[in-house]
Design a protein around this ligand. Sequence first.
Ligand SMILES: [Zn+2]
Length: 300
Amino acid sequence: MKPISFIFFCYLSFSLAVATEDNLRDRDFSAENWAQTCEDWDLWDKPGPPFKLFGNTYYVGTCGISSILITSSAGHVLIDSGTRLGARVVIENIKKLGFDPLDIKVLLHSHEHHDHVGGLDYIKTSTGARLFTSQGALGAISSGTPSQQDPQYGMLKVMEPVEVDGIIEEGQHVKLGMLELNPLVTPGHTPGALSWQWRSCELNKCAVFVYADSLSPVSSEVYRFSDFKNYLSAYRTSIEKISTLECDILIAPHPSAAKLRARIESQQSLIGKDGCGNYANHLNQRLARRLEKENKEEPN
Ligand SMILES: [Zn+2]
């Protein structure tokens, strides 16, 4: 073989090998592949492969923002869209898993910030699904304009307005075919935040999922949680609610808040009874530190 054609042959076999490896990775829908592709607290719009969490529940979000697909023969439920750009990744991930985005019938949310719901307009337009929001998130999601009651008001991005089809009330389960989701009104990080609880089964085993909202005390520089007693008390109730839930698999809108990568990499099952309790303890500590700081800064 002449040197030039030998080099060409080597190059060809190398690129074929790389292509095959890439193709394999592209079709690897294991949690491990997601954990290897994504970093902790990764970028909001960075594509990451979709994977099954358990039973009929799938992670279809980006590397940095969760989006959860729960499937049934009567149609699917999607919680959170990611950002406007991230929503494209979500739709592609749903297709990669072999599901038809047109089968999404119900859209739900965690909290009304653009990193989690900024893509709802895109997803609603491309699927025709009905969108349900909490009363507290209705204004921000339908108008695209952040609420003035939001602790982060003034530093939040405006979103594409989207038509809302109905209001979620605590105690009123969302039902679609065999699917049944329990909404939990959990204000704190935002006024309209929701958490979700549902059951998924695989073979003869079932697990209770909790998609717990962020509930982190983040705000603009001028906002003080201690100035809003009612809001603060509702916030505390939200954390308490999460801590007492039946909860086998905890997931959160920012996957790293529930240590998703670390749990996958530890090779242990995602099922663990302490998830919600530990999550709530950590949030209580954060809130206490925040209030202590506000207290110290209080003008005499
Ligand atoms: Zn967020």
